[in-house]
Design a protein around this ligand. Structure first.
Ligand code: ZN
Length: 324
């Protein structure tokens, strides 16, 4: 449902002279390392949720938005960010115990993609904002599973888990939204929050809405953009390093495979059409954790235990990046 208001474009040809398939073995042997994966430029798609180009669906939104979603509630571990076994603070708490951790002094901005309230504010989120290269919708609703578990609820849950883990490492963590506003923020504001926080790293969390059979995760890296208010040239290299570390650790922590429908097995995709990346002046990546339209991926995405692993992988990737 990310795409209803999007100006669809066909995906562009993929080019990746350096690409190599991402394998579990490599990531397991070199956890957190800069693995040197190739990437390809995919500047198709228009949904600033990051959801993959060339994988559009027209499935209906959950009729009642977040309030009607119930599959997640069936997961006994859903209500606790500590699912996965590790005791954690509640999402609303800061983590003074970690103030002296290895990430002391580091700022991480987490952007939970979309907003559970976007379904009720379509006129507001359809308003166009300037993303440097072009104008596009303020925000999108995000996708949902066929059973009605919204992407926006998934992204907030993973963001809370990730925040807890990073705070345990001593990081200062800021969320772009915490279910505390009616809709949005717009994609330009999501980028601005990271910029104004002078974040050392920023990550936007999503799940994709592709066709059944399309599976796996991918991390989206900013391509070089210098147009209007957008200038990503300074963040392309550090963002690639951040993204490679996140992808490698995500793979290892979750056991999930890289996307089988974008990225040519690398788990990495470079895009230049996303305002959340184009307008960032700090190292930033998006992660599409899986496909909410594939039953096997959904079994993972709706599991609190799996989401904890996902957050753990992201955290370890970010920690690795920030510690150098
Ligand atoms: Zn999304």
């Amino acid at each position: 449902m990310s795409y209803t208001n999007s100006d669809f474009e066909p995906p562009r040809p993929r080019r990746s002279p350096l690409r190599r398939p991402l394998t579990v073995a490599v990531a397991a042997l070199v956890p957190g390392a800069l693995l040197g994966w190739g990437v390809y430029a995919a500047v198709g798609g228009s949904d600033d949720g990051g959801d993959a180009a060339g994988a559009r669906t027209s499935s209906a939104a959950p009729s009642g938005g977040a309030a009607s979603a119930s599959d997640d509630a069936k997961d006994p571990s859903d209500s606790s960010p500590s699912a996965g076994g590790k005791p954690t603070a509640s999402p609303s708490e800061s983590a003074p115990a970690g103030a002296s951790g290895p990430l002391k002094g580091k700022v991480v901005v987490i952007d939970p993609g979309h907003n559970p309230g976007n379904f009720q504010h379509t006129s507001e989120i359809n308003r166009k904002v300037n993303v440097g290269t072009h104008w596009k919708e303020c925000d999108t609703t995000g996708t949902a599973t066929n059973a009605g578990y919204p992407e926006a609820k998934f992204t907030l849950d993973v963001a809370h888990r990730l925040r807890t883990l990073l705070e345990e490492q001593g990081a200062t963590v800021k969320l772009t939204q915490d279910g505390d506003r009616a809709y949005g923020p717009c994609v330009d504001e999501r980028a601005r929050i990271g910029n104004e926080a002078d974040a050392d790293a920023a990550i936007s969390i999503h799940a994709d809405g592709s066709g059944a059979g399309n599976r796996g995760f991918h991390v989206i890296l900013p391509g070089a953009v210098h147009d209007g208010d957008a200038d990503t040239r300074a963040i392309v290299a550090p963002s690639a390093e951040l993204g490679e570390r996140v992808a490698g650790n995500f793979l290892r922590a979750t056991g999930s495979a890289p996307s089988n429908y974008v990225g040519d097995g690398t788990g990495l995709v470079t895009r230049t059409d996303l305002g959340g990346l184009n307008l960032s002046t700090v190292p930033k990546v998006f992660i599409e954790c899986g496909n909410m339209r594939d039953d096997k991926d959904v079994a993972q995405l709706t599991s609190g235990t799996w989401r904890q692993k996902a957050a753990q992988g992201m955290s370890e990737g970010i920690v690795s990046f920030l510690r150098g």
